[in-house]
Design a protein around this ligand. Structure first.
Ligand SMILES: C[S@@+](CC[C@H](N)C(=O)[O-])C[C@H]1O[C@@H](n2cnc3c(N)ncnc32)[C@H](O)[C@@H]1O
Length: 261
């Protein structure tokens, strides 16, 4: 080619269809290779970014979990100072190897204490109707190597307890939340062994006075509970309306009942 014109003496540069096709194919292959390279690079970058994001998420979740557990322990240490857990445990009449239910366990403030009391040969059955607190409780029991904790997801009117194999039941700060206490007491009576202890601890309504209607909802009168217990066939062996006082939140009562044979 000279001055842009085809001379006819240079066959290798003659723009035949074959030459043009070869040239196009070579370009296309190079482009494909480049595109592949670009994609590989993009995929590697994406995997790296995804990995970093997942790692950050996991680390942040782990940090939150550790902080939550640490806060929980701090709150429970403060609660230990007024809730009188030692006396509550004593009234449950437990020994090594006992099976004890923590009805309305929440995240396990008492479950973990009971687990240590009944030991490896015993069992604690924490029951709650909410999945999240039970999940937290499972993690806590695992971290504290309490292998005798068998979590139960109950229903509002059915704690899903095994029949007649339970030595004692604790209902701490939960009775006031029961929609149909008589139904629950009936199930507890079927699960408790004859003479097994049922200990109920809750906030007194008078202590919630002046703290708004919501606080009233988180309380129940001991006299009302005692009446229901007797009606359901329990023997009430102790009722203390001044069992303990939560600083700034008033009185808590305790009732100890026995399952009649
Ligand atoms: C105020 S919390 C007390 C938790 C724990 N006992 C404590 O003292 O830290 C009450 C718990 O009872 C649970 N609960 C309410 N009704 C229940 C029922 N019918 N059966 C089992 N658990 C119930 C709630 O989900 C909640 O976790």
């Amino acid at each position: 080619m000279a001055n842009g014109r085809y001379t006819g003496h240079q066959p290798s540069t003659k723009p035949t269809l074959a030459n043009i096709g070869l040239h196009l194919r070579t370009e296309t292959n190079a482009e494909i290779d480049q595109r592949k390279l670009r994609w590989r690079y993009r995929i590697r970058i994406s995997i790296f970014i995804f990995g970093v994001a997942v790692t950050l998420l996991v680390l942040s979740a782990a940090y939150d979990a550790i902080r939550t557990l640490a806060n929980l322990e701090q709150v429970e240490r403060v609660r230990d100072q007024w809730q009188r857990p030692g006396e509550i445990i004593q009234k449950l009449n437990l020994k090594e190897g006992s099976v004890v239910v923590d009805l309305g366990s929440g995240v396990g403030y008492f479950t973990l204490k009971l687990s240590r009391v009944v030991g490896k040969s015993g069992k604690v059955l924490p029951v709650d109707i909410k999945k999240f607190p039970l999940r937290v409780l499972r993690i806590r029991a695992f971290l504290e190597r309490e292998r005798n904790v068998d979590v139960i997801l109950g229903e509002p009117d059915d704690p899903h307890l095994p029949p007649a194999g339970v030595d004692a039941v604790l209902v701490l700060n939960t009775y006031h939340e029961l929609n149909h206490p008589a139904k629950i007491l009936d199930q507890l009576s079927r699960s408790l062994k004859p003479s097994g202890h049922l200990v109920i601890v809750d906030r007194s309504p008078s202590s919630a006075h002046g703290m708004g209607p919501e606080s009233e909802d988180h309380a129940v009168a001991s006299v009302e509970v005692e009446t229901t217990l007797r009606r359901q066939g329990f023997e009430v062996i102790q009722r203390d309306d001044h069992f303990t006082e939560q600083p700034g939140d008033g009185l808590w009562w305790i009732i100890v009942a026995r399952n009649l044979p």
